[in-house]
Design a protein around this ligand. Structure first.
Ligand SMILES: [Zn+2]
Length: 50
C-alpha cells in the first residue's frame, strides 16, 4: 500500500492500485500519479535477507 496525495484537494489516502491514473475519493478528480523512480520522501536501499 502506498500513500497517495491528491494535488487538487491535498487529500491523502492509501492505495494499492498500480494504475497510472488514479481517482481521488474525496474530490473525484482523476490525475496522473508520479511514477518517478526516486522517492522524494524517503530514500532507503531495500535489502532483503532470509
Ligand atoms: Zn482530491
Amino acid at each position: 500500500m502506498k500513500k497517495t496525495k491528491c494535488p487538487k484537494c491535498k487529500y491523502q489516502w492509501q492505495t494499492s492500485s498500480a494504475m497510472m491514473y488514479i481517482t481521488c475519493p474525496n474530490c473525484q478528480r482523476k490525475f496522473e500519479r508520479e511514477m518517478k523512480s526516486s522517492d522524494k520522501t524517503k530514500q532507503k536501499p531495500q535489502i532483503k535477507r532470509f
